[in-house]
Design a protein around this ligand. Structure first.
Ligand code: HEM
Ligand SMILES: CC(C)=CCC/C(C)=C/CC/C(C)=C/COP(=O)(O)OP(=O)(O)O
Length: 316
């Protein structure tokens, strides 16, 4: 009886430890990073993606993103402890010691690079590694606590996954992956500032100069609007002049883009409206997810056949 209780407790604490390490990686953000990687791989392979390669690339990407997020949790432990929203994270909550988290982050980073270098190629490994370094050094260390442009420049880290995906398929980079990079780069300010409008008091409390804290709500919603105005045309560059995607993607990108602009415009008219800010933040995630899905579907050979048949039917 005593032994079985002991074993139970050991299991409980083992489970709790694993959960804490899992939480260090900020796991809810990773799927969307992977979706952008996968979409890029589908376009690069013209709809004929090699499934083992896809699996290894997504695994390597997961390890790299998890490493980056863990390093961020170590560096930001002081402010994470101060903010209500982040106080329960494993390091401020005292569940994981920073030096153990550091070992964990280094292991994840090394595993990621090794996986890419051994099974995919060195370029994709270096790109994933550059994502970790950029997010940690440029965003977290250099910009986050020093400038209101922190997430504009820092957003480059989150825009790297499509480069990784493209390099994994082709072994190099061309215009298309850079357009995907630019699309996510421009998408990041509306995504994050909409959220920052809701949690600006948290950031103000720990002196992190997020735009709504420094410049106020009106300036922030204007900036959100200008970046949204750029996101939509950039999403269409994949159709023209790049000719990578066709009519199906174009239609979906225009409908989603229209909704993005409506939501950004509504927020611009009512800068203090938390519901509109929350709505835009949530929609930004939905937007990128669906846009990537449209890229995948449009690039499939079966879609090309269907579109060609429809054209013949309609145009004769
Ligand atoms: C510098 C760039 C970015 C910043 C500063 C940022 C910031 C944030 C923050 C603070 C949250 C709330 C997370 C929380 O409550 O713990 C969040 C949520 C989220 N972010 Fe971003 N983000 C950035 C870029 C990205 C990118 C590139 C992606 C994916 C392509 C992404 C995907 C998400 C998703 C999916 C969520 C929702 C997670 C949930 O369900 O709670 N973010 N972001
Ligand atoms: C290729 C590769 C490895 C890319 C990784 C890039 C990456 C980890 C992007 C995530 C960006 C993000 C969610 C930032 C959160 O900001 P924050 O940490 O300032 O938010 P907080 O206020 O919640 O701490």
């Amino acid at each position: 009886m005593v032994t079985s209780t002991k074993i139970h407790r050991q299991h409980d604490s083992m489970g709790a430890v694993c959960k804490s390490y899992y939480q260090l990686t900020k796991p809810r953000i990773i799927p969307l990073l992977l979706i952008t990687t996968a979409a890029s791989m589908w376009i690069a392979s013209e709809g004929r993606v090699d499934l083992p390669k896809l699996f290894i690339t997504l695994l390597g990407g997961t390890l790299a993103a998890a490493s980056a997020q863990t390093l961020n949790c170590i560096y930001d432990q002081d402010i994470d402890y101060e903010m209500l929203r982040t106080r329960a994270r494993p390091i401020p909550a005292g569940k994981v010691q920073p030096r153990h988290a550091l070992i964990f982050a280094l292991v994840l980073g090394v595993l990621s690079f090794t996986l890419f270098a051994a099974f995919i190629n060195v370029l994709s490994g270096c790109l994933a590694l550059s994502g970790i370094v950029f997010y940690m050094l440029i965003y977290t260390h250099w910009l986050k606590r020093h400038t209101a442009q922190n997430i504009v420049i820092g957003g480059a880290a989150g825009s790297i996954p499509p480069l990784v995906g493209w390099a994994a398929v082709t072994g190099d980079l061309s215009w298309t992956p850079w357009v995907l990079f630019a699309l996510i780069f421009l998408w990041t300010p509306p995504h994050f500032w909409a959220l920052a409008l809701m949690i600006k008091d948290d950031y103000a409390q720990v002196n992190v100069p997020m735009l709504p804290v420094i410049a106020g709500e009106e300036k922030t919603v204007s900036q959100i609007w200008y970046y949204s105005l750029l996101v939509v045309p950039f999403s269409l560059l994949l159709v023209y002049p790049l000719h990578q995607l066709g009519i199906l993607y174009l239609t979906i990108a225009m409908v989603l883009g229209g909704q993005f602009l409506v939501k950004a415009w509504q927020l611009k008219q009512a800068p203090g409206d938390r519901d509109l800010a929350r709505g835009l933040f949530k929609f930004s995630i939905f937007y990128l997810m669906l846009l990537c899905l449209a890229m995948v579907i449009d690039s499939l050979p079966v879609t090309h056949q269907l579109v060609a048949q429809m054209e013949t039917l309609l145009l004769g």
